[in-house]
Design a protein around this ligand. Sequence first.
Ligand code: PLP
Length: 396
Amino acid sequence: MTLLPCKDRFDLPGGVIYLDGNSLGPLPKGAAERALAVIRGEWGGELIRAWNTADWISLPRRVGDRIARLIGAPAGSVATGDTLSIKVYQALAAALRMRPGRKVILSDSGNFPTDLYMAQGLIDTIGGGYELRTPAPAAVAGAITEDVAAVLLTQVDFRTGRMHDMAAITRRAQAAGAVMIWDLAHSAGAMPVDLAASGAEFAVGCTYKFLNGGPGAPAFIYARPDIVGEVRPALAGWMGHDDPFAMEAAYRPAMSTERLRVGTPPIVQLSILDAAMDAWDGIDMAEIRAASIELSELFIREVEARCPQLTLVSPRAAAERGSQVSFAFAQGYAAIRALIDQGVIGDFRAPDIMRFGLTPLYLGREDILRAADILGRVIGDGLWRDPKYQAKSRVT
Ligand SMILES: *Cc1c(COP(=O)(O)O)cnc(C)c1O
């Protein structure tokens, strides 16, 4: 059994308690050295030969296999590259073509805006009377009707941390004949996910949050191995071709999830992600989940005891919550700014949510107790009232 936390696997700055690893994970040890080795040794020294000599060409797949282990997917079923927004578009486009005659994409009103924007953008591009429906999260299971082609849900709500029941909703979608797509942006690296057992057709996610791949790290996409042959890629790029260097005139997709790759992979960023995945060696996701629940319960209890001004907006039941805790506070933006100045980094999501990620790889009970103490001071002493905390930065 691993002893959590494993702070020595990260380069964390001193004097900071980092409660924002759900938004941008910290720098894993070895990642910078790996990037430098790839840039200087491989790119600089090998030049274009590195595609073969350093095996850049198979890096997307090797990294995909490492992610697969954390999300309950078989080796070879996860492709990496592009951004999550692009992967959402690809999964949706493929799903709609698998259910001709059905005209509805079903999501929920709590979904991350880009997922909904991409769905609407796809609908606007293809025409033909498609419709995006976004009921409240609690109503979504009941809204899976027989006209739904694809259900696109993010398992863990980015604002509140509320978690959908992946197995139950997937069963319901499939019973109604719809294709199920899960967005695992706030699940991969946060909790055990059993994609294979869920039976979902597609899953997508990003790697710069709980997986610590760095800003702009490549996204991933999973397609259930038995449906790969039915997946017709909307973005038919050459890296998804069965034999890119045959340079054939016509597109012939790879017979694996690799067909959902598009163009040349970002090798430097993928190398950083590969190094970041070392931090997960020997880690059992069940252990991460147990520690995450312990830290979350502690944080909720300690903050509520100190800050009656804050309202918990995450589910109180641990089983219904991902690996974050959110509180509503009308002056939440200023409060987060003041808190960051005191060395505790969380973030703010409009209109009034103070959001805190719990990441047991590098956070322990003493971090949580200190963070709650400092938050208690920021709120109790009104430190957030300082005018310098009121003007919003572009990124919150
Ligand atoms: C973080 C997040 C995104 C971000 O998409 P990018 O294309 O990587 O910028 C999309 N969807 C969800 C659900 C997210 O949490």
